[in-house]
Design a protein around this ligand. Structure first.
Ligand code: GDP
Length: 334
């Protein structure tokens, strides 16, 4: 650590070598390059990601979601410690939509996962901030590749189960875990049907004390509900189990199920097929992001748009015609 002055700029090669030898300080600094919005940093970040790419991908990627208060941090802490005991190195990343608006993200709280944070085999990075969910997801995706190249063989990507960020996490992970509570209706938990449908496993957390019986009932209800969904392409039937993160009960069962899933999808080819699709989709997501940035970032376009807005309101032009007109103007600007 003492070898690097905090503010001194390093070469791409220094970052790359540092990441590849698992140097946590350089890993963090390389991630900072990825998160930066400065063009000079972005160039270095691209070089780093391109260079480490062949060394990435060798991990199992798990998405974890659930509404605030369901026990995600408590669960990830005990689950992470369990994985480390089995000899794994675990990186914990998050996609937190709130970080787009404020620096104080829900998931960024430093006091979370204190024991795990102190382990050499764990690397915890709070959510990147950015203007769009796509931008944040992109940065998290590249951060994941860096963590893999640095030797972390299990990546946990956490998100708050209330919106679009689940789809982003689902699109970059191999297994999707949904944490739920007994006794609260789905509406109350803000969990959309679409999110349930993405889940490879549902864990009813806080199955302790007076809550045990209710959790068991919820377990069979969710198990029945999941049967209604069409069979997943992975060939896996989603499972529901109960757990108590706080009492460390049922955590080993979660890992057993994930291991069974992993074995199945490696054998039937789904694992690689899904990863390939995700890679291609990632490219398209980037194209979409970049096009939006080019379009809305142009001052000329912005001023024409505000004029068109007025013309639409005063019924001088139809919305469709206005859209065509601005796209034509954009095309001519190249
Ligand atoms: P998050 O917002 O989803 O990250 O949830 P937290 O992990 O911060 O947990 C929210 C609250 O629920 C905290 O007060 C935890 O102590 C509590 N909690 C978490 N897991 C359990 C559990 O398994 N049983 C019980 N009884 N409480 C839990």
């Amino acid at each position: 650590m003492e070898n690097y002055k905090p503010k001194s700029r390093l070469t791409a090669k220094e970052y790359i070598d540092g990441v590849l030898r698992g140097d946590r300080v350089l890993l963090s600094r390389a991630i900072t390059m990825i998160e930066s919005n400065l063009d000079s940093d972005k160039r270095i970040a691209k070089e780093i990601v391109q260079a480490i790419l062949p060394k990435s991908g060798n991990s199992f990627r798990i998405g974890i979601t659930g509404v605030p208060g369901v026990g995600k941090s408590t669960f990830i802490e005990v689950f992470g410690l369990h994985l480390i005991k089995q000899g794994h190195k675990v990186a914990i990343l998050s996609i937190d939509p709130s970080s787009q608006r404020s620096k104080g993200s829900i998931l960024g709280d430093k006091t979370r996962m204190e024991e795990l944070a102190n382990m050499d085999e764990a690397y915890i990075r709070p959510s990147a901030s950015g203007d769009t969910l796509g931008g944040v997801a992109n940065k998290t995706g590249e951060t994941m590749l860096l963590c893999e190249a640095a030797g972390y063989d299990i990546i946990l990507i956490e998100t708050v189960g209330v919106g679009q960020s689940e789809t982003a996490v689902h699109g970059m992970t191999d297994f999707f875990l949904l944490l739920m509570l007994a006794g609260a209706g789905d509406e109350l938990q803000g969990i959309k049907k679409g999110i349930m449908e993405m889940a490879d496993m549902v864990v009813i957390n806080k199955a302790d004390g007076d809550n045990i019986r209710k959790s068991q009932i919820a377990r069979s209800q969710y198990q029945n509900a999941l049967h209604i969904f069409p069979q997943s392409e992975s060939g896996w039937s989603p499972v529901v189990s109960t757990a108590s993160a706080i009492k460390n009960i049922g955590i080993d069962k979660v890992w057993e199920e994930i291991s069974a899933y992993k074995k199945l999808v490696l054998e039937n080819g789904y694992f690689h097929q899904n990863r390939n699709l995700q890679q291609v989709q990632w490219m398209y997501n980037n194209i979409n992001e970049e096009l939006k940035r080019l379009f809305y970032g142009s001052k000329d376009i912005a001023s024409q748009l505000s004029m068109l807005e007025k013309e639409i309101i005063s019924a001088k032009i139809s919305p469709v015609k206005a859209a065509q007109k601005i796209i034509e103007a954009f095309k001519k600007s190249f």
